[in-house]
Design a protein around this ligand. Structure first.
Ligand SMILES: Nc1ncnc2c1ncn2[C@@H]1O[C@H](COP(=O)(O)OP(=O)(O)O)[C@@H](O)[C@H]1O
Ligand code: SF4
Ligand SMILES: [Mg+2]
Length: 378
């Protein structure tokens, strides 16, 4: 995979966001402890995350496994409800999940093998959403072939009658993308869309997403553990750690001048863009428990630069360059690095990380993946 592709600039401020998550927070109720000490605990999967998706732009959400990326994507898709914060479409809060929302915001899942029902032909998978949403016009078969052409499965007639098991992983992921496109969405939420594919075909899918951004002006969220592929594809990168966004910047800026020690760690572990495995951060500690996350900066137990204040007080979001923000005490003037200093709090009013966590919600239920994929179409 070549990583020398020219990066597009971050979207101009004047580009109006199509989809926005503001202060998103999500808890899960999980079993905790063993034997007679077993009980239920709340796991803080996503804590006060804000993210903006603009038309014609790819925004990457990057972080280790368990950092909350998929949960953010599922909240934005409205497959699950947040316990705090809100989702806005064209600047308006969306309540429930109206069918018009499902049409405009589509999700592509990580596993192309599981996301297509093996008993149905490709034709069925693409016809179904067209019928549900009354799309496709007079000639739905032509609409299906057109979808296959848009994801470069040509000639389309070779694919319509096939079953998913007759396709390669990359072809299946293209069908999954075609299915998402069938309802003419404005936003595509792609959750690790290449991580289960052979290295040799990953670039093709990333280029397809770039093409959809440029040709069809889609707003794309690209969720990945791989910061190298994020740099290749995305205009903007948001780095997540332990349920929180710790750094955001235009992608070239973030990867050339990482301001947060966690981003620096991710980059140091990603020297090989053709790597098959997730980044190897062995030797640098492990992500914390999200049931009892560390106080102060959640990264402090692993941070080589940790100071006393880091373990007591959450760092503010600091603008280190226009469009580039990092939540780290290193970027706060030493004279203002005072635990719970009211001046620092005031200077960073609006910073998400200094707000106390929202009150825990009632214990909820979780949903099975198959159900999510079905619901994402309806
Ligand atoms: N349905 C669920 N029930 C309980 N815990 C969950 C559920 N979904 C996610 N989690 C937990 O939330 C945290 C964040 O998960 P996830 O959003 O999948 O992270 P990522 O996509 O970055 O790997 C993890 O600790 C995960 O185990
Ligand atoms: S706030 Fe402190 S512990 Fe957290 S990343 Fe910055 S220096 Fe490291
Ligand atoms: Mg995930």
């Amino acid at each position: 995979m070549s990583l020398t592709a020219q990066q597009a600039a971050a979207p101009p401020v004047s580009v109006r966001p199509v989809l926005e998550g503001r202060g998103l927070t999500k808890f899960f109720s999980v079993k905790h402890g063993r034997g007679i000490f077993a009980g239920t605990a709340r796991l803080f999967a996503v804590d006060d995350v804000s993210i903006v998706l603009a038309p014609g732009t790819v925004t990457a959400l990057v972080g280790e496994s368990g950092s909350g990326k998929t949960t953010v994507a599922r909240i934005l898709a409205k497959i699950i409800n947040p316990d705090g914060g809100e989702v806005l479409l064209d600047g308006e809060p969306v309540s429930g999940r109206p069918r018009s929302y499902a049409r405009q915001v589509q999700m592509v899942f990580q596993d192309p093998f599981a996301s297509l029902n093996p008993i149905h032909r490709i034709n069925y998978h693409l016809l179904r959403p067209l019928k549900i949403h009354g799309l496709g016009g007079d000639d739905v078969n032509e609409a299906v072939e057109d979808l296959l052409r848009r994801v470069a499965l040509e000639p389309p007639q070779q694919f319509t009658r096939k079953f998913p098991h007759e396709l390669s992983g990359g072809q299946r992921q293209r069908v999954a993308i075609a299915r998402a496109l069938s309802v003419r969405p404005r936003v595509l939420l792609a959750d690790e869309p290449v991580s289960m594919l052979d290295v040799s075909i990953r670039l093709g899918i990333l280029n397809l997403l770039a093409d959809l951004r440029d040709r069809e002006h889609l707003a794309i969220l690209y969720v990945t553990h791989d910061i190298a592929s994020a740099r290749y594809l995305a205009d903007t990168i948001a780095v997540m750690y332990a349920g929180q966004v710790v750094e955001t910047a235009p992608s070239a800026r973030l990867t050339d001048h990482p301001a947060h020690p966690y981003t620096q760690l991710l980059l140091s572990a990603a020297p090989d863009p053709d790597r098959v495995e997730p980044p190897n951060l062995a030797g640098s500690g492990a992500p914390p428990s999200l049931i009892a996350p560390p106080s102060g900066c959640r990264f402090h137990p692993r941070c080589p630069h940790a100071m006393a204040i880091c373990s007591t007080t959450a760092p503010p979001s600091v603008t280190v360059d226009p469009g580039h923000a990092a939540n780290c005490w290193l970027h706060v003037d030493p004279s203002r690095r005072v635990p719970s200093n009211p001046e620092v709090v005031a200077a960073n009013a609006g910073s998400t990380s200094m707000r106390p966590p929202a009150a825990p919600p009632p214990i909820g239920t979780t949903q099975m993946r198959r159900t999510e994929e079905d619901r994402s179409m309806e």
